[in-house]
Design a protein around this ligand. Structure first.
Ligand code: NAD
Ligand code: DAU
Length: 351
């Protein structure tokens, strides 16, 4: 593989994937295609932006004509597709933008690739990065999501990601497009946009703002450090079997309230605040509509077939994350000003 298109590379996970590929594979030419929505931020890639094998292209995957032209110009040997609308709460207030980017955008990419790859499909690869949310929610504590768990998306976000997964599989079956899909659990780490639980809580603790815990805080998520996800994507891209799906997860389940309390404790220690002071900021607020109870991934297939395992213990990963936000307060200030501030106020102050 020489010329690789990574979509959504200015976002949270995408920026870690771009950095990993640019620095690990200097012979590859890495093209980062991103529309720079509110979630895309080129500051995330400042350290590698001058690398000779890194190229940024600003563009929207909903624009089919633009994609067709880009693929004619560059052909690309492979695609790693991360661009998406990714926040469940936004999908509840604006489902259609999730259909446009996540479904139509993915089909546009598949079409653009198919047109230029058609005479030599076998030497190309379309890797689609998806989520564990397509499997729905778990109730029985002994159950985990497996690659063959029935799809049961329950939010507009997960319905749009499930639909995009189906299209990728349909192109594999119908047109023989070489594809890979991975479904990962909740990521955390540096550059995570502060509308998501962990960075939102860090931001609010720092600024002595209320910590909005949805419902009773009993929902469970399975957290994975973002660099471990990027490493899994690297492994699957290079060694995954054509047409296969791989689940990625940390075996690291936390109820939201326990996680928020752990963050409060960690931040109190780091900020030299008296023990228990940040916990006083916790406020139980109206639950998310259709809130999935529990996600938990079984990543045995990835471990047994491709040898991937998470590398970081949660305590270490969380400390690294908190340290990054404390050292990069200007990043937080930049992304929480302007248009985002308006959204944040509407979203959270009404709760
Ligand atoms: P993010 O919201 O941080 O980043 C998304 C990126 O896509 C942004 O840079 C944005 O500008 C870009 N983008 C959005 N719409 C676009 C469009 N129409 N055209 C081009 N670019 C566009 O998302 P993330 O959390 O980094 O997630 C990346 C991918 O990984 C998504 O596909 C998501 O479904 C999946 N995923 C995320 C998690 C998680 O915990 N965050 C877990 C599993 C899977
Ligand atoms: O499981 C993978 C998914 O994880 C990804 O596909 C999504 O892109 C990503 O956003 C994430 O979805 P979640 O909905 O699980 O993440 P979020 O950070 O929004 O919420 C985590 C949990 O915390 C969830 O149970 C809702 C709760 N929550 C969230 C916010 C923002 C709160 O209690 N308060 C909050 O303010």
């Amino acid at each position: 593989m020489k010329k690789i298109l990574i979509t959504g590379g200015a976002g949270f996970i995408g920026s870690h994937v771009v950095r990993r590929f640019v620095t690990t594979y200097p012979t590859y030419q890495i093209y980062n295609l991103d529309a720079l929505t509110y979630a895309g931020n080129l500051e995330n890639l400042r350290d590698i932006e001058d690398s000779p094998n890194y190229h940024f292209v600003k563009g929207d995957i909903v624009d089919a004509a633009f994609l067709d032209q880009l693929f004619v110009e560059h052909t690309f040997d492979g695609v790693i597709h991360l661009a998406a609308e990714s926040h469940v709460d936004r999908s509840i207030s604006d489902p259609l933008s999730f259909v446009m980017t996540n479904v139509v955008g993915t089909v546009n990419l598949l079409n653009a690739a198919k047109k230029v790859w058609k005479d030599d499909l076998a030497s190309h690869l379309f890797y689609h990065v998806s989520t564990d949310e397509v499997y729905g929610e778990l109730h029985d504590p002994s159950e985990f999501f497996l690659e063959n768990t029935k799809y049961d998306p329950r939010s507009p976000y997960s319905a749009s990601k499930a639909s995009s997964d189906h299209f990728v599989r349909a192109y594999h079956n119908t047109y023989k497009m070489p594809v890979l899909i991975s479904n990962c659990s909740n990521n955390y780490g540096p550059n995570h946009f502060p509308e998501k639980l962990i960075p939102l809580m860090i931001h609010n603790i720092l600024n002595n703002k209320p910590l909005p815990v949805y419902g009773k805080g009993e929902n469970i998520r399975d957290w994975l450090f973002v660099e471990d996800h990027a490493r899994a994507i690297d492994t699957i891209f290079h060694h995954g079997q054509n047409g296969e799906t791989y689940n990625i997860g940390g075996h690291n389940e936390w109820t939201n309230i326990d996680l928020v309390k752990l963050l409060c404790k960690t931040m109190d220690e780091k900020l030299g605040r008296s023990p228990g002071s940040s916990e006083q900021l916790i406020q139980y607020v109206t639950d998310r509509a259709g809130h999935d109870l529990r996600y938990a991934i079984d990543a045995t297939k990835l471990k047994n077939e491709l040898g991937w395992l998470p590398s970081l213990q949660f305590a270490e990963g969380l400390e690294k994350t908190v340290d990054w936000y404390l050292a990069n307060e200007s990043w937080l200030d930049n992304v929480t000003s302007g248009a985002y501030q308006h959204y944040y106020e509407e979203m959270y102050e009404g709760r």
